[in-house]
Each structure stands twice: as C-alpha cells, then as structure tokens.
Design a protein around this ligand. Structure first.
Ligand code: ZN
Ligand code: ZN
Length: 420
C-alpha cells in the first residue's frame, strides 16, 4: 500500500497501454453516436470491455444503463459515472471521424445524430480509468463502481437507473464522481465546491380566453393580451423577488396564440425555461410563476383555469465541499498548475440524481476539450465566445489529446484519493 500520489503515478503508468485503444474507441464512438435511450451498441461495447477487464457487469439498468463493479479487498466504494447519449445535431466539424449517422428520435422523426456534448469523451475516459484500476490492483484497496448512464440530455437517464434497482445492484457507496468536457483548454481540470451546475425546469402554460371577431373585442377574452401581460409580469420574478446575489434565469422561450389578424383566438401557450442553483430558489420561482399566471388570468376574466405542465427537469449540482477539497488536493498533486477553479456553470446535469438517491456525497468537475493554441489565440483576440465552439454546437470537436488522458487521469486520481 502506498500514498495517494505515488499510487496515482503507479496506476497511471499503465496509460501507455490503454491510450492507443482509448483513442481508437473514442473515434469509433464519435463516428457511431446514439440518441438518448437508444445507446444499445455503446452500452454493449462498454459491457463487453468491462467484462474483459474483470468487472462484474450488470446491463439493461434503466434501459441501456451499464454498471461494472470491481471488488479489490476491504476499503471504500467509489462510484464513477459517465453519460453515453448523443444529440440530434448535424455534425459540421469536418473531422475524418465525423458522424454521418441519422436515427429516428422518440417522436418518430429521422434526425442527424452527433456526439455534440462530448459524452463519447466521458465514456472513453471512464473505460480507460476502469482498465487502469483493474490492471494495478496491488496499488489500491476497496471497490470501484463504473456507471454508464443513458439519456443525460433528456434529464431522465439517471433517474431511470435509480428507479430500476440501482441501489440494490451497487450496494453501499461512499462517494460519487462525474465529469464533463467543457470549452476550456484541453489539459486543464476544474473543480468547484458548492453550487456548480444549475437546476433547470421547463414549464408549458396554457391560458384560456374566449374567441371572437377581431372587430368585436367586447365579445372576447383576448388570450394574446393575457399572454403579453404574463410575459411582462414574469420579468419581475427574478428582478424583484429573488436575492440579487443568488443567480437565476427565467426565459419565456416560446409564445403561441392566434391564427389571423382579425380573429381573436381562445387560447395561448407559453413555454418557459427556469434556471436556479438551489431547491429553495427553484421552488420560489416556480411558485411565483403560478401565482402570477393565475392572477393575470383572473385579471383578464379568463373563463377557465390555466394549465401548467413541467418538463425537461434537471436537479441542481451542488458539490460537497469536503469531498471536493479532497479531490482538489489529489488533482493539485497530480496535475500541478493544470488543476484550476471551475467557474459557476449555467448548464444542467442529471448526475446528482444518482448520489442523491444513494445518499452519497459527490463532486462533479470539468475537463478542457479545446486545442490550447486555438483557445489562447481566441482569448488574446477577446473572441472566446465567438471562436471557441461550445457543447451542443455542430462544430464542437474536442481534441483527442490531451483531453482523453486528462479525463482518465482525473477519474483515477480522484478514485485513489479514497482507495489508498
Ligand atoms: Zn449536453
Ligand atoms: Zn453533456
């Protein structure tokens, strides 16, 4: 048994052996992306490889979810998670291994498919970390749970695994880790205690009016005016009701009503997106939305109660400070000045549904995916947001190295902070 630092160096010494197949596997995954809940080939490939490393493998959890477990003597259990799904985006990276795949989405539409969020990076790094740990069992003690989840992009993949016997499969877990490739220079790894990713909620609101001729407004309850009042009034929720030091967003992204200039319709549908960083603020905003919509409907003499439908919901990601400090110390020891502070992210993730369901502390970090020269040239020109493609863009193309090495090293060194 050795210290964490020398154990990390020893286990990661095996990277020269895993790197070649990791790079091949990454290109293969990138070229063969699969949509949310359809990750059948990815999951089968992951399960096969985990089995070959000596992991006990459970497949088909929550649909296509895969869990591999490696027991290596007495010690803590560390859960490492990667998401597997791709997006309905037409790839425009020009890479030799770009995707030309199309697939039928859950609504039956034929759509292009691309790993535009970099989940192929996460899968490849976690598989590499799983292999490295399996190949160096004399350097650590405990249990590793490698979890590959479906459908992060829909916000329900983690929840589906939890609801499908996950706790019974994995047993007692001590700590959970997740990571994401982000538009920062490749080679960097960023940690952050506390609020890290936002909670997201989408709300579909239907308000009712009374239809009439456009020339006879006295016979109508105009849903267009009602919807307009709601949009304006909703702007006061963040501005007037939420603590200015507590970041939150409320966007009305869609408003649909009416068909013709001289017809007053009988309903309007609004779609909102809400971002917040803790459950209390999240609840306050959603309560305020309901209160305002109900009150505006009453003010407009709306003949029926409005309807609210919540969808695309993601929990907040709030990194446990103690866990994060321990991971950060391991990253500082291994990566030196490549270990950085991660800024607060406005994106959302469903990772925390897993540790929350298992009542386990967690931390979630970011790794860079952008070619450092490209990034720094953009930064010098003050054009990072224009010139550096972000996740979900058709030109998002993480450089293979040092991105894969960094994500693999991060998973291994974090795990060893518990396993040595
Ligand atoms: Zn994404
Ligand atoms: Zn993602």
């Amino acid at each position: 048994m050795t210290g964490t630092g020398s154990a990390a160096a020893s286990v990661l010494g095996g990277l020269d052996k895993t790197r070649p197949w990791q790079e091949d596997f990454y290109r293969h995954l990138h070229q063969h992306p699969e949509l949310s809940h359809q990750e059948h080939n990815t999951a089968a490939e992951v399960a096969k490889r985990l089995g070959s490393f000596g992991y006990q493998v459970h497949e088909g959890i929550g649909g296509t979810g895969v869990v591999g477990m490696l027991h290596n003597g007495d010690g803590p259990t560390v859960l490492l998670r990667a998401d597997m799904d791709a997006l309905p985006v037409k790839e425009q990276t020009g890479l030799p291994y770009a995707s030309t795949v199309t697939a039928r989405d859950l609504d039956g539409n034929q759509v292009p498919v691309m790993h535009a969020c970099g989940h192929d990076v996460h899968v490849t790094c976690l598989l590499g970390a799983s292999a490295l740990l399996a190949n160096a069992r004399h350097d650590w003690q405990g249990r590793v749970v490698a979890l590959f989840q479906p459908a992060e992009e829909l916000g329900d993949g983690a929840r589906k695994m939890v609801d499908d016997r996950l706790a019974a499969v994995v047993g007692h877990v001590d700590v959970a880790f997740g990571q994401h490739v982000l538009p920062m220079p490749s080679g960097l790894v960023g940690t952050r205690p506390g609020s890290t990713l936002s909670a997201a909620d989408s709300v579909r609101i239907t308000v009712h009016g009374r239809g009439a001729h456009g020339s006879m407004p006295q016979a109508a309850v105009d849903p267009v005016v009602l919807a307009a009042m709601i949009v304006v009034r909703l702007q006061t929720v963040i501005a007037r009701e939420i603590d200015p030091t507590d970041p939150a967003v409320l966007t009305v992204g869609s408003i649909q009503a009416g068909t013709k200039s001289n017809v007053i319709g009988d309903q309007a549908v609004l779609q909102l997106n809400v971002r917040s960083y803790n459950d209390q603020t999240r609840g306050s905003i959603l309560d305020a939305v309901k209160r305002i919509v109900n009150a505006e409907c009453q003010a407009s003499r709306s003949p029926r109660d409005p309807e609210f439908e919540l969808f695309d919901r993601f929990p907040p990601t709030q990194n446990d400070p103690t866990t994060t400090a321990r991971v950060r110390a391991a990253f500082d020891a291994f990566f030196g000045d490549r270990a950085r502070d991660l800024p607060l992210q406005t994106a959302s993730e469903d990772f925390s549904d897993i540790p929350n369901a298992l009542s386990v502390p967690y931390t979630y970090w970011g790794i860079g995916g952008i070619d450092p020269d490209t990034y720094h040239r953009a930064a010098r020109a003050g054009r990072v947001s224009q010139d550096v493609p972000v996740n979900h863009s058709p030109t998002f193309a993480p450089v293979i190295q040092p991105t894969l090495d960094t994500g693999t090293q991060a998973m291994v060194s974090a795990a060893l902070a518990w396993l040595t």
